[in-house]
Design a binder for this molecule. Structure first.
Ligand SMILES: [Zn+2]
Length: 442
C-alpha cells in the first residue's frame, strides 16, 4: 500500500528565510521526497492527497529551552514537590501537547528530577508516547545558595532540592558523571543567579572556573553538550570560556561579552526565554507578584538590559532562538510561540527572521542541520499546515484552530480536518482508490 502523502495547493514557507511560494510537497515515509515550485501537482502515483486550499505549509517549530517537568506551578518548590509518579505522567502529557501545538522539536533545558527528561525522550523515541523530537537535559546543577538550591537548613537532603548542589570540582565531576550515565544529551549548569531567587539575583556568578572546567571535561569526553543558565555578563563569558554551546537568558552583556559571543556565533546559540520576564512584570499579579514587587525583584532592570543585549546580538548575527521557561503559572506551557511575537516587537527581528529562528536555527540546535528545520527535498517530514499567513500575523501560530495539521517524522500528530478543500478524492488518486485516509493509525 502506498502511504505517500501529497500536500498540494499550499503556500510553502520553507524556513530558510526565502519568500513563500505556491507549490506542492510530497512526503514519502518519514522524509520530504519532493518540493514542487508550482501549483501543478507532483505526480502522486497513488499518494494520499491533502489539498491545502492555499494554507501555509512550513517546518515544525523548535523550542530551544524546554522544561516539560515544570508543572505550571508558581514556585520552584511547587514543581519540585510533585511526587515522581505524577511527575512522569505530567511530562508525558506535556510532551504530547507540545507536539500537537506544532513544536516538533524541543531542546530540554533541565528537568526537576534526575531522570525525567531521559525517560520521556526514550519513551518518545520508542513510540510509547507521542512527543516532539527531544534532547534530554540533566537537572540543574548549582552551588549552595544559588538558583535551584531549595534545601532548607534543617532539611539539607538532596531530594528536597530543585537543583543538584555541588561543592568543588570533584563533587561536580561526580554529579555530571551520574547524569551522563543516565543518558542525558546535555548537562545544565546554573552559572548565574536569578531574580526569582532573591538570595542569588541575576547579576551574581558563583560557580568557580574549576567546577565548570571539571563539568565540561566530562561532557566533552563523552561527546555531549554543556548548556548554561547565564543571566549575568560574567556568566556568559564563563560559558564561552568553557565551550558551553547553549546560553540561556544572556540578559546582561557588555561590549566584551558581545564581542566574544559574535566570535563564537557559528557554534553558540542563545535562547533567552524573555516571556517570563514579561509575564512577571505584567501578568503575574494573580499569583501575588505585582508589578511593583517584580520591579523590586529586579525584573524591570533585567527586562531593559535583556532587550538591549538581545537586540544587539541579533544585529551581530548571533543566533537567538525562541522558547524558554514556559511551565510556570504565569507562563503556562504551549504559549511558546509568543516568543516569536516578542522577538519582532522587542528585538527588532522581522517576522521572517523570527520564523527562521524557530525553523532553520531549530534544525541547527537539534544538531541535525542537514535534515531538520526546512521544507526541502530529503529533509525529515516535520511539517505544519497553517490557516493563514504567519508572516502577516505570528499569533496564528499559537492558535490551535489555525494550526490545521502537525506532522512529525512523516506521521500526523494532528491530522488535517476533512472537508471542503481537504483530502478530497479525485485529485490525482490512483484509479479505484477509496476516499483518502490521511495519516496512519496511531
Ligand atoms: Zn530555563
Amino acid at each position: 500500500m502506498n502511504t505517500d502523502i501529497l500536500f498540494t495547493n499550499v503556500r510553502i514557507l520553507d524556513g530558510s528565510g526565502a519568500l513563500p511560494y505556491a507549490g506542492s510537497v510530497l512526503v514519502s515515509g518519514n522524509r520530504i521526497r519532493q518540493v514542487g515550485r508550482s501549483t501543478a501537482a507532483i505526480s502522486p502515483a497513488g499518494a494520499t492527497v491533502i489539498d491545502g486550499a492555499g494554507a501555509t505549509l512550513m517546518p515544525g517549530l523548535c523550542e530551544a529551552h524546554t522544561h516539560f517537568s515544570w508543572n505550571d506551578a508558581a514556585t520552584l518548590a511547587g514543581i519540585q514537590t510533585m511526587p515522581l509518579e505524577e511527575h512522569v505522567l505530567w511530562c508525558a502529557k506535556v510532551a504530547k501537547r507540545y507536539l500537537q501545538a506544532g513544536w516538533t522539536s524541543c531542546v530540554g533545558a533541565a528537568c526537576a528530577k534526575p531522570r525525567l527528561d531521559v525517560v520521556i525522550r526514550n519513551a518518545i523515541n520508542a513510540g510509547q508516547i507521542p512527543g516532539p523530537r527531544y534532547l534530554a537535559a540533566s537537572q540543574e546543577i548549582t552551588v549552595p545558595g544559588g538558583l535551584g538550591d531549595e534545601t532548607l537548613p534543617h532539611l539539607p537532603f538532596p531530594e528536597f532540592s530543585f537543583g543538584v548542589n555541588v561543592n568543588g570540582a570533584d563533587d561536580m565531576r561526580r554529579e555530571v558523571r551520574r547524569f551522563l550515565k543516565y543518558g542525558v544529551d546535555s548537562i545544565k549548569l546554573n552559572l548565574s543567579g536569578d531574580n526569582f531567587t532573591p538570595q542569588s539575583p541575576a547579576d551574581t556568578t558563583w560557580m568557580t572556573d574549576a567546577e565548570v572546567a571539571a563539568a565540561m571535561q566530562e561532557v566533552k569526553m563523552r561527546g555531549k553538550r554543556g548548556v548554561a543558565h547565564a543571566r549575568s555578563a560574567a556568566s556568559v563569558k564563563q560559558a564561552l570560556r568553557h565551550g558551553i554551546e547553549i546560553i540561556y537568558h544572556a540578559s546582561y552583556t557588555d561590549t566584551e561579552t558581545l564581542d566574544l559571543l559574535e566570535a563564537a556565533k557559528d557554534s553558540v546559540f542563545v535562547a533567552p526565554g524573555i516571556a517570563i520576564l514579561y509575564a512577571l512584570l505584567n501578568e503575574a499579579e494573580p499569583w501575588g507578584i505585582t508589578r511593583a514587587q517584580a520591579t523590586a525583584m529586579g525584573y524591570q532592570h533585567e527586562w531593559d538590559a535583556a532587550l538591549e543585549s538581545l537586540s544587539k546580538m541579533h544585529k551581530r548575527g548571533i543566533r537567538v532562538l525562541p522558547g524558554g521557561d514556559y511551565g510556570f503559572a504565569f507562563t503556562p506551557h504551549c504559549n511558546n510561540a509568543r516568543d516569536l511575537e516578542f522577538f519582532v516587537k522587542y528585538l527588532g527581528m522581522t517576522p521572517m527572521e523570527a520564523i527562521r529562528s524557530a525553523t532553520l536555527y531549530g534544525g541547527q540546535i537539534m544538531m541535525r542541520p542537514h535534515e531538520l528545520g526546512l521544507v526541502k527535498d530529503g529533509y525529515l517530514a516535520d511539517l505544519l499546515l497553517v490557516d493563514g499567513d504567519p508572516l502577516a500575523n505570528l499569533a496564528i501560530l499559537r492558535d490551535p484552530k489555525r494550526l490545521l495539521a502537525v506532522m512529525k517524522d512523516g506521521v500526523f500528530a494532528k491530522a488535517p480536518p476533512l472537508g471542503d478543500g481537504f483530502g478530497r478524492a479525485g485529485r490525482g488518486l490512483a484509479d479505484g482508490a477509496a476516499l483518502p485516509t490521511w495519516g496512519r493509525a496511531a
